[in-house]
Every structure is written in C-alpha cells, then in structure tokens.
Design a protein around this ligand. Structure first.
Ligand code: MEV
Length: 364
C-alpha cells in the first residue's frame, strides 16, 4: 500500500482575477487530503466501483500516469470539505499524482528523466497525449516523486475540470505548501519556481518565507455548507466579462489590491493585510461571486478580525477571517451558522507517507 497527502489552500488575495493573469497569494492550510492506493481485482474508490464521471480528477491522472496499468483500490481520506473553495480537488490530485508516480517508479538514463511531465512537455500534459521514451533504469519509491511534476499534473487536471480556465494557484500551493505567490512576471524578491502558460495566459509561480511575527496570527475559515463547484463560478465571471469587457478594470483592481496585500504580508504589517483582504472582498462581491450566506458569516466575523473576505471561487463555500483571537472569531462565525476551521498561515506541502515495497507496475 502507498500513501501520499497534500494540504488544502486558502487564497488570501486574487481569486478569479488570477485566471486572467493578475497576481494572487495563497497559503497551505493545516487540513489535508490523504490518498492510499493498493493493488485490487477491479478499480475501486472508497470501496465503491470507480466511476470516471464522479471522479474526473482521478480519471485524468489515470490516463497520464497509469495508462494500461493494473486495477487499483483508491482510498481518499481527509478533513478538507469538498467544493468549498479550500482546494480539496487540487490536494486530491497532487496526492494521487504522487502515489501513482511512486507506484510505477520513473525510467531514467544517466541520472536524467526519460519520462515524466516537465515544463518542456507542457502542451502534452494539458492534452494528456504524452508518449515516453524508454530509459535504461528504474528509479523507485520516494526518489521517483517530484513536487513540480505533481503540481503540473494537478494543474492539467484542474484545467480539464474547469473547461480550460484554471490558474495554477491551487495546484502549486497544494504541492509545495507554505505561501505561494503568482504574478504576471518573475519577481526577483521571491523564490521563483516556474512559469505556467495555458490558453494564452502566463503565470510566474513563486514561493516565499513569511516573516516570523505571523506566528501570532490565525486564519479562521467559515464554511457556509453550500457546495459551489469552481467551474460554474469561473464560467459566471467569464460570461460577465464577455458581455461587459469594460469590467476588466475590476479584475485589474483586484490585481492592484493583491500587490498591496503581498507587500504588507512580507513586511508583517497585518493591519494592512487585513484591510486589503476586506477591500478585495468588496470587488469580488461586485463581480457577483458572493452570496447571502457568505455575507452573513463575513458580517459576523468583522468585529473580531483584521480583515475578512470570501476565499476560493465563492457562490457558497468558504470565507476567511484574519485574526489574533481565533476563539472569538470562530464563535462569532459559528453563531451566524457557519462551520469553522482554524489554521495558521502556512503548512507543509506534499508528503509521501508510505512508499510501499517497490513499484506496483511499470509501463516499460
Ligand atoms: C479557485 O480556488 C480559484 C479561482 O481563481 C479559479 C482558479 O484560479 O483557477 C476561482
């Protein structure tokens, strides 16, 4: 049996606008998804017969990493509520990609990959048509797993599920953990990881170390309990912009707020971070991606928080409050009907928890 896990994410600034290339920031949260795989007589997910329509992310990964491989039993465990804006599908995709890669190993030649998904094969990963050259030796277990590869695969799978409109904010944060910043250019102050390009939009993905004083601050996430698929919300904004191209200025305004928020975050000026979060929310509300249930939880959290906004795709799902007093903030949100999760502003990324006893299958 092999087991891998990845964290959920919380977007602090820039959701929706990031789909159009504007900057965004997300942190990995303490809540995680764990994926376990083991050989089986037929394909199963959580003991039930595998239905590709119910699990499009697993199906898309299967096509890219397990094409022609023997059936597996997949178990999905964890505490990230699904379709709630916290990256449950990206965390699932990252963890499943790692488990599948570890279960097949990787062909290498002269210490170099002869197969795998890298930035140079980016078009193939999105279409899923990659073919691999046979290498001479097999790298097995943990050593065969690569965070960037899991991130690129998870992005491809998210893009597939969101009709081609998906930024890499969720997939990169769930793979690398910590705090991830996306920008439309390489920011030399941050640790540049890679570029991604999809349907004419380009993002430069960076990681940053947050200042130590942030340890005194918490995020309280309030879940409305309303499931809101990201694809629908992204589509709604796309339609709004198609019908009113002038409203692109609002998308650009979110980008400007995100830049201001990032500066404040890096300086540890949490009053300013909170202020920028609340401003970001007003613009998201104007775009039509909030809902009365989110607004109710947001209003309840305002008195005990430095800043409050919806997080993720909206239309239901979750809001997030930045606070020094998570107990009071959480109580206020729960009293208004939300279910809360409390997390610090950063958590570890992908982990391979059990690597099994050598590859289950090799396509070569
Ligand atoms: C979803 O977590 C974030 C969105 O910006 C979509 C995306 O970036 O792909 C709404």
């Amino acid at each position: 049996m092999l087991q891998a896990s990845a964290p959920g994410k919380c977007i602090l600034f820039g959701e929706h606008a990031v789909v159009y290339g504007q900057p965004a920031v997300a942190v990995a949260i303490e809540q995680r998804i764990t994926v376990e795989i083991s050989p089986s007589e037929d394909w199963r997910i959580d003991g039930m017969r595998f239905d590709p329509n119910r699990h499009p992310h697993v199906e898309a990964l299967k096509q890219r990493l397990w094409d022609g491989g023997p059936p597996l039993s997949v178990k999905i465990l964890g505490n990230i509520p699904p379709a709630s804006g916290l990256g449950s599908s990206a965390a699932l995709s990252v963890a499943a990609a790692a488990a599948l890669r570890c279960a097949r190993g990787r062909q290498i030649e002269n210490d170099d990959w002869t197969e795998g998904w890298t930035a140079s094969r980016i078009n193939e990963v999105y279409t899923g048509i990659g073919k691999h050259r046979k290498g001479t030796s097999l790298l097995a277990g943990k050593g065969s797993v690569d965070e960037d590869e899991c991130a690129i695969l998870a992005h491809a799978v998210e893009a597939f599920a969101q009709g081609g409109r998906a930024s890499p904010i969720d997939s990169s944060t769930c793979a690398h953990g910590g705090c991830i910043i996306l920008s439309n250019k390489i920011e030399t102050r941050y640790n540049w990881l890679y570029s991604r390009e999809l349907n004419g939009v380009k993002w430069d993905v960076h990681s940053v170390d947050l200042p130590a004083q942030l340890d005194d601050y918490y995020l309280v996430i309030g879940n409305t309990g309303i499931k809101a698929p990201t694809a629908k919300q992204v589509e709604k904004v796309a339609k709004l912009l198609q019908e009113n191209p002038g409203r692109m200025v609002e998308i650009e305004a979110i980008g400007k707020i995100a830049r201001r928020g990032i500066e404040a975050l890096m300086l540890g000026d949490m009053e300013k971070v909170g202020h920028a979060m609340s401003e970001n929310h007003l613009l998201l509300k104007n775009l039509g991606v909030s809902c009365p249930e989110l607004e109710q939880l947001i209003s309840a959290a305002v008195p005990n928080s430095l800043g409050v906004k919806l997080t993720g795709a909206g239309g239901g799902g979750c809001m997030v409050a930045l606070t020094k007093d998570p107990k009071s903030t959480s109580e206020a949100i729960e009293l208004a009907g939300g279910r809360t999760l409390i997390t610090r502003l950063s958590s570890s990324g992908l982990e391979l928890d059990k690597e099994g006893n050598g590859p289950i299958w090799s396509p070569f």
